[in-house]
Design a binder for this molecule. Structure first.
Ligand SMILES: [Zn+2]
Length: 334
């Protein structure tokens, strides 16, 4: 409860490092209706827009100004591989980048040069141009992403959606990749819905080199029940999953490099957690293997679900044929 009225001014730059910026002023107010007249709960401001102030006036530093209390916190968050909890926050770098982009467009300047995808540190099984990728599992290829049968899938049509180039996680992927991942997700939902199935899509950015969206069809189960199954199982394993709005861009959920788990359902919010400490690599499969979902306790570990190459090739061809009426990539060659 705030019980005193006072201004605190915080610097938005470090002393003797770079140009001074305007300060941020914080005002604490007392509880509404409190009997002490010295403790004000209402305060009227006379505000001058920053755009109409001269620079000297704007950057004047009150003698009581302190350092920004959040600088070290933001720095430690961006540098740390360990997260501080499942709190929802916005990535300031994303906002800065959006502001720079907007300014460039307003100034009529050229669009920013697109950086090529980062290269993997070693052999990658999922870079489509790499030697290690198992091409016989590929079902469909878009401009930026592709669809492949999962090796050791839980069920016959357990598929993966992946970027063609190397991105470690959705938080690293550029807009065109995210957009096409969204098209595959939407097409797959329509496909499984036509077979009277739901599907669960999850991403584990933890001990995983290349971004993979696991798409697993399940019986027609309300999304609320599936979401709760994830939350309950997470709780039993000491993993705090929270519901986040469905359309939240991944970059607003976690900084690049922060490990996380994200699952989405046919409708409603997604469940998300930043991973700290130990986390089961089979977490998503463990939830879906439960009696109330797939009831497949023997198919949790992909290594025990391996098929022969001939069986995999046949299954990929079958999936390609079945999915074709829903495949948006088929339109691009017309
Ligand atoms: Zn890769």
């Amino acid at each position: 409860m705030l019980t005193v009225l006072c201004f605190i001014s915080c610097r938005n730059h470090k002393i003797l490092q770079g140009k001074p910026h305007h300060v941020t002023r914080f005002l604490a107010l007392a509880q509404v209706g409190n009997p002490d007249k010295k403790k004000r709960y209402l305060y009227a401001f006379s505000v001058t827009p920053m755009s109409s102030m001269d620079e000297k006036e704007l950057t004047q530093q009150p003698p009581t100004a302190t350092n920004c209390p959040y600088t070290e916190l933001v720095k430690s968050l961006s540098e740390s591989q360990e997260e501080t909890g499942p709190n929802f926050f916005f990535d300031q770098r994303t906002l800065d980048s959006a502001h720079r982009k907007q300014k460039r467009q307003q100034d009529g300047g050229p669009p920013a040069k697109r950086r090529p995808p980062p290269q993997p540190r070693g052999p990658c099984w999922f870079c489509l141009g790499g030697k290690e990728v198992e091409k016989h599992l590929v079902v469909s290829i878009g401009d930026h992403t592709y669809l492949a049968l999962s090796k050791g899938g839980m069920v016959p049509e357990h598929v993966l959606v992946l970027p063609i180039g190397h991105y470690a996680a959705s938080t690293d992927a550029p807009p065109e990749v995210l957009e096409e991942l969204g098209k595959f997700k939407s097409a797959l939902r329509k496909y499984f819905n036509s077979k009277d199935q739901s599907c669960v899509i999850f991403e584990r950015n933890y001990k995983s080199q290349h971004l993979q969206l696991q798409v697993i069809p399940v019986p027609k189960i309300p999304s609320d029940a599936l979401r709760q199954a994830f939350i309950d199982y997470g709780r039993s394993m000491g993993v705090g999953l929270e519901t986040v709005p469905r359309e939240t861009p991944p970059s607003e959920l976690a900084y690049t490099g922060v490990p996380y788990f994200l699952a989405e359902f046919d409708d409603g919010g997604n469940v998300f957690t930043r991973i700290k400490g130990r986390f089961s690599l089979q977490f998503g499969r463990e939830v879906l293997a439960a009696p109330l979902v797939l009831n497949l306790p023997n198919r949790i570990n992909w290594k025990s679900c391996m098929a022969t190459k001939d069986e995999e090739t046949k299954a990929a061809l079958e999936m390609r044929k079945n999915f074709e009426p829903f495949d948006f990539t088929a339109d691009k060659d017309d």
